[in-house]
Design a binder for this molecule. Structure first.
Ligand code: TEU
Ligand code: CA
Length: 552
């Protein structure tokens, strides 16, 4: 992997909620351009933008109806060109979301495909005959709830949609379809973008024959990924994509690969099909009886075990704790009440000092928290609504269902970026498309920029340390004590150099025994002023303390 890719710190922008410049309540591309100074100051050098293409927005842009046209609510193609150019002037790279497991049902291809079995686009999607009794081909459920199959009378067939029914899955076994996708990717590469984040890429190769899936997590339908994740031809298609497009440009490729284990994950990397992948194992540490939406808290030891497992088995990880599909990290893995600031900083250290490429999701750098949605009507995400309907249908009280959805809804991380304490958090002068978190007067960028001990400043320092210490890029990463009940400890090692990182997940002051072999240590950074070390073997960690030492 190229140097710039290894050194990169990625910042994910959920465009719709980042910064609105024309007061229609929706974040836009000019809004990103306006904040380039802010992002440069923070130190990030790769921006990943969630989809900004033409879309009916059933899934906030992950349902694309035209890949080569910009949704005018975000701006124009000229705006995108300006963004690419200006970012490059700032030495910032632009990564676009490539959503090619499915399109919108409004895409021209699907509009044609559904008409008949013998037109140019008939085989662009996954069509299957009904079972003899007319029912769906299999019991597969969609990721968002309901069946994964939808009947179309014109063809007397069902089409597959792993996500919403407005997001039909593309048929990658069709060569013409693949060609269209490669041409579209070349179009964007020629425009000068620097990479692709490939949505749901582990799902693109579908089985010839679908078989019923096991029903898990008390759901009504079979697991949506069963027999589908990492299908037979996935490597063939990604190799072809490399040959046809990726190899011709200097692009970073980040595959989103749900339901992929370390062995499958390594195949993408070792054969140079992808630079890195997003795996999901650590996102499952607080799943329970109802899967993701269960009322369960994570165990630190499960998180640590997963981090250890991936650090041991993958040559290069993409390190994230949150994104636009997940709740806020400080609310989920830290303590957003009493120790919001301390725990946000500790989680930042964990993310930025591990081996791999760190991903910061907008708002993490100021410790934005989950939202307390008072009613399901305040939530915008289709998954939140489907889940709420499902939970209440299976007999869970509406209060309890609201609690469960509140805890995990993707909307937690989709409320607007909190820029300052003025109306609508400085995001818009209009009516925001989704409500603003009530805490914006207390948690906002302006406040953090003025305070030298803020979360933002801590991120800035971590990023700059990562840039100036090669060991934090190239050093290997070893987790140390895998039995401690509160602490994740790891070392980075490179040619005899060593850095020790200690992250406490406890809300109490706790004792920590420094391993004997690490006597001569110099503090690199800590989220407490008091942190020091005078050759003692025992030290104390404050609540949610994060510390890093240079050894030797
Ligand atoms: O997510 C893919 C994915 O695997 C989902 O399981 C995701 O984790 C789920 O939404 C969580 O509840 C990607 C995008 O990141 C997501 O925003 C899209 O909704 C989805 O693909 C469909 O394009
Ligand atoms: Ca706007």
């Amino acid at each position: 992997m190229n140097d710039w890719k290894k050194k990169g710190v990625v910042y994910e922008i959920y465009v719709q909620s980042f910064n609105d410049t024309n007061d229609d309540g929706i974040g836009d591309i000019q809004g990103v351009i306006q904040k380039l100074d802010y992002l440069k100051e923070l130190g990030v050098n790769i921006l990943w933008l969630t989809p900004i293409f033409e879309s009916p927005l059933v899934d906030n842009g992950y349902d694309i109806s035209n890949y080569q046209s910009i949704n005018n609510i975000y701006g124009t193609m000229e705006d995108v060109e300006e963004l690419i150019k200006k970012s490059h002037d700032y030495n910032i790279k632009i990564v676009m979301d490539l959503v090619v497991n499915h399109t919108s049902d409004q895409h021209k291809w699907f509009q044609e495909s559904k008409k008949s079995k013998d037109n140019k686009y008939s085989e662009y999607y996954i069509w299957r005959d009904p079972r003899p009794d007319g029912s769906a081909p299999t019991n597969h459920g969609s990721a968002f709830g309901g069946s994964a199959w939808e009947y179309v009378p014109e063809r007397d067939q069902y089409y597959l949609h792993l996500f919403a029914k407005e997001q039909p899955d593309l048929n990658w076994d069709n060569k013409e379809l693949r060609n269209e996708i490669y041409n579209m990717m070349s179009f964007w590469a020629e425009k000068g973008i620097d990479g692709f984040r490939m949505d749901s890429i582990s799902f693109i190769s579908k089985p010839q024959k679908f078989t019923n899936a096991p029903v898990v997590d008390n759901k009504e339908y079979g697991a949506y990924y069963y027999g589908i994740a990492n299908g037979n031809n996935i490597h063939r298609y990604l190799k072809e994509m490399n040959e046809r497009v990726l190899s011709k440009y200097d692009l970073i490729t980040i595959g989103e690969t749900p339901h992929t284990n370390t062995e499958e994950g390594s195949k993408f990397l070792d054969s140079n099909e992808l630079d890195m992948i997003f795996q999901f194992e650590h996102m499952h540490v607080d799943y329970g009886k109802y899967g993701r939406y269960s009322d369960v808290s994570f165990k630190m030891s499960d998180l640590r075990e997963s981090i250890n497992h991936w650090q041991e088995n993958l040559t290069w990880n993409s390190n994230y704790l949150g994104n636009h599909d997940q709740p806020r990290i400080v609310s989920r893995f830290g303590n957003d009440k009493k120790y919001r600031e301390k725990s946000a900083k500790m989680l930042a250290m964990l993310t930025l000092f591990q081996r791999g490429t760190p991903f910061i999701y907008q708002g993490e750098e100021i410790g934005m928290t989950n939202v307390d949605f008072q009613s399901i009507d305040d939530m915008k995400d289709l998954e939140a609504h489907n889940t709420y309907d499902f939970l209440t249908r299976v007999g869970i009280s509406s209060e309890k269902a609201l609690d469960m959805v509140n805890r995990k809804t993707r909307d937690n991380s989709r409320t607007p970026m909190q820029w300052n304490a003025s109306k609508n958090a400085g995001f818009t002068d209009g009516q925001p498309w989704i409500r603003i978190n009530n805490n914006y007067k207390n948690i906002n960028v302006e406040k953090d920029l003025l305070n030298k001990d803020s979360i933002y400043k801590f991120y800035q320092e971590l990023i700059s340390l990562r840039k100036s210490n090669d060991i934090l890029i190239n050093g290997d990463c070893k987790l140390l004590d895998l039995t401690d009940s509160d602490i994740i400890t790891f070392t980075r090692n490179n040619n005899g150099e060593k850095i020790l990182v200690i992250c406490s997940f406890s809300d109490k002051r706790i004792k920590f025994d420094i391993p004997k072999e690490y006597k001569a240590m110099k503090l690199l950074i800590s989220n407490y002023d008091s942190a020091d070390f005078e050759g003692d073997v025992t030290t104390y960690l404050e609540p949610y303390e994060g510390r890093a030492y240079i050894i030797g």
